[in-house]
Design a protein around this ligand. Structure first.
Ligand code: FES
Length: 84
C-alpha cells in the first residue's frame, strides 16, 4: 500500500510555499511557479535551477539564516525560512 504524501510548508522571501515530504526546496519552488531563486551580484541577472544535482551552485539560497545553501539538495522541513 502506497504511503500517503505528507504536506509541508515553508516560506520563501516571506511567501508561504507548500511542499511534499521528500521534495527539495528547489523542486517545491518550481512547483509553485517560482523560478528565480536569486540574482547575480554584479549584473543582477536572475538565476534558477540549472543542473539540479548540486554542481553548478546557481540555485543557492539562504536557509534558516545559513547562506549559500544549494536548494536542489536540501529537502523541505516544516517551517523552514528560505530567502534569496
Ligand atoms: S541547480 Fe545546480 S547546484 Fe542546484
Amino acid at each position: 500500500m502506497k504511503r500517503p504524501e505528507k504536506s509541508l510548508a515553508f516560506t520563501f522571501n516571506g511567501v508561504r510555499i507548500e511542499a511534499i515530504e521528500g521534495q527539495t526546496i528547489a523542486a517545491a519552488l518550481l512547483a509553485s511557479e517560482i523560478n528565480v531563486l536569486r540574482k547575480t551580484r554584479l549584473k543582477n541577472e536572475p538565476r534558477s535551477i540549472f543542473c539540479g544535482i548540486g554542481i553548478c551552485w546557481d540555485c543557492v539560497v539562504t536557509v534558516n539564516g545559513v547562506t549559500n545553501q544549494r536548494s536542489c539538495l536540501i529537502e523541505v522541513v516544516e517551517g523552514m525560512v528560505v530567502s534569496s
